[in-house]
Design a protein around this ligand. Structure first.
Ligand code: SF4
Length: 230
């Protein structure tokens, strides 16, 4: 199993027209929230990770994207907390850039049903595990079973799932969920920090990678290593 491109290498720009989140994932403290702390001098709401908009960025120049690349839209936050009126403004700007690819992620995929996204947007969600109990212990986001059901209902040609930071799971359930969601791309990886999550054994992650690949999915690997709690 070799490591492939990092999601952030495929992202040509983080376009943070909306920032912040209240899902309080424990593993966010050492990633997105830590990055946001650099913004203290520029914007206190960014620093505190309070959901808020940056309307001045709606008209920013956006770079071109090549095959497999995208503009990571609202990367530092979750659009579930973005007002619908502002989300429409984001979509209106994206519609003016039909030759560029965009990625928008949410841990509450039901939020995608609020507006209609053009086909140059990849819609993504995180499903770190199928086990609700494990997720409940580390975040207030909708439980994985709800994310799965809601994401299946979203009718959109380009969907993506991030299984990262992977937590212990049931192989058959995870594979079934992916088959039902039909993502164009799946990211798989362990926690890249040291957040003490209930991690599956490496052999189990390899098996998931194998089964997903065998089912025809493009699986991009991120941090792959031995489980820390093994
Ligand atoms: S959903 Fe994403 S942005 Fe929100 S707290 Fe969790 S990791 Fe951070």
């Amino acid at each position: 199993m070799s490591k492939q491109k990092n999601m952030y290498e495929l992202s040509v720009k983080q376009w943070n027209v909306f920032k912040g989140c209240r899902f309080d994932c424990t593993y966010c403290e050492s990633s997105f929230k830590r990055q946001a702390k650099r913004q203290k001098r520029n914007c206190m709401k960014c620093y505190e990770y309070t959901p808020h908009t940056h309307p001045e960025r709606l008209t920013q120049s956006l770079p071109r994207t090549k095959f497999m690349q995208f503009i990571f839209t609202c990367a530092s936050g979750d659009i579930a907390f973005c007002p619908t009126s502002f989300l429409r403004n984001i979509v209106a700007r994206i519609e003016k850039e039909p030759g560029k690819n965009f990625l928008i992620q949410s841990k509450n995929p039901k939020t995608f049903s609020r507006v209609s996204f053009p086909d140059n947007v990849i819609l993504g969600t995180t499903i770190e595990t199928n086990r609700n109990k494990l997720c409940k212990a580390v975040a207030t986001a909708p439980l994985p079973s709800k994310r799965y059901k809601d994401f299946v209902k979203i009718e959109h040609p380009l969907k993506m799932v991030t299984i990262e930071p992977v937590m212990d799971f049931d192989l058959n359930v995870m594979v079934k969920w992916m088959k039902d969601i039909k993502p164009c791309m799946i990211w798989l990886g362990y926690d890249s920090k040291k957040c003490h999550l209930p991690e599956p054994e490496l052999a189990k992650v390899r098996e998931l990678h194998w089964e997903l690949s065998r089912a025809g999915f493009v699986v991009m690997l991120k941090t792959i290593r031995e489980a820390r709690n093994s």
